[in-house]
Design a protein. Structure first.
Length: 311
């Protein structure tokens, strides 16, 4: 499903923002394609990747371009999702609060994090005003410290927020404290690169995945910059440790993999495979290659693509 396009822009002269919205639909390809088409309808925006998971019942799109164009594409995608996804009927393994669950803006080149914060807040105001979907701000765009962490906003998921949104502590940043009747609520923010990384275990016992997730995630005293939960992959009869790595430079992928593998072995199970959701920075994968291949005197300049594009 990945759309490969040639990029010739000079990164020193072009303002580029990445957007990675997550939608609560992974079982109806036609619906996901309509949302992707809404993104592609905006000139100057490139859809780089789209990934769907039937167990999570969730899809992730990755697109990039000039900031204003990317914001426009994000709004069109949120609007289309609100028309096509009914949260009253939605079920899936992944936590969520709305048809468009989360929309992060990521600075790539020629823009700052503050620029992305401005985009997030402007989009949030527009979504609440025009679509009547309440919006929460998170990470760098958060207006409250307790909302920097996405998990805090998602507490109770769609069903729980529907009951509590009227409480002052859970009022949205934009819009009325009432859930959209079908689209729920949306979280919008600005952040640095994130690696969505899952590890599948050789067992259908989801309790083992949950124990490993508790051991690995930062909030339980595990690895810094790691968010993790244990879920069941019904279509494969396997348990999965599903993770977000929020700072791959300080907690690399291979460190996470090794800890999950070690913990799995304690329970008598093994790792059958791992997967990336969406795109990952090249350095995140090179770090793992350098570690496992035990390169000596390795330089990033030895990577062909990096040399060609001057990255």
């Amino acid at each position: 499903m990945q759309e490969v396009q040639e990029v010739r822009a000079d990164p020193m002269k072009t303002r580029i923002v990445e957007c990675v919205p997550n939608f609560s639909e992974g079982r109806r390809p036609g619906v996901v394609q309509e949302i992707a088409d809404a993104v592609k309808s905006v000139p100057g925006v490139r859809l780089l990747n789209q990934t769907s998971d039937v167990n999570h019942n969730r899809s992730v799109l990755t697109f990039a371009g000039e900031p204003i164009a990317v914001k426009s594409a994000a709004f069109r995608a949120i609007s289309r999702a609100a028309e096509l996804i009914d949260m009253e009927k939605h079920q899936g393994e992944h936590p969520r609060i709305g048809a468009t669950d989360v929309v992060p803006f990521v600075p790539v080149s020629g823009v700052t994090m503050d620029d992305c914060v401005d985009l997030a807040r402007s989009l949030g105001e527009e979504v609440a005003e025009k679509l009547h979907v309440p919006v929460y701000l998170y990470e760098e765009a958060a207006t409250r410290e307790d909302r920097r962490n996405l998990a805090n906003i998602r507490r109770g998921e769609y069903e729980g927020l529907k009951k509590e949104i009227s409480l002052p502590a859970r009022h949205p940043d934009f819009g009325e404290p009432v859930m959209h009747p079908t689209a729920g609520a949306t979280v919008i923010g600005a952040r640095n690169y994130l690696v969505a990384y899952n590890i599948n275990l050789s067992t259908p016992d989801v309790s083992i995945a949950k124990k490993i997730a508790r051991r690995v995630r930062a909030s339980s005293g595990g690895l810094m910059y790691v968010k993790a939960l244990g879920i069941m992959l019904d279509d494969r009869n396997l348990a999965q440790v599903s993770m977000n790595l929020t700072n791959f430079k300080k907690t690399p992928i291979h460190v996470v993999f090794n800890l999950v593998k070690t913990e799995a072995e304690r329970y008598g199970v093994s790792v059958v495979g791992s997967e990336l959701i969406g795109l990952a920075p090249m350095d995140a994968l090179l770090d793992a290659a350098e570690h496992y291949l035990r390169f000596e005197d390795f330089s990033r300049e030895q990577v062909l693509e990096a040399k060609i594009w001057g990255e």
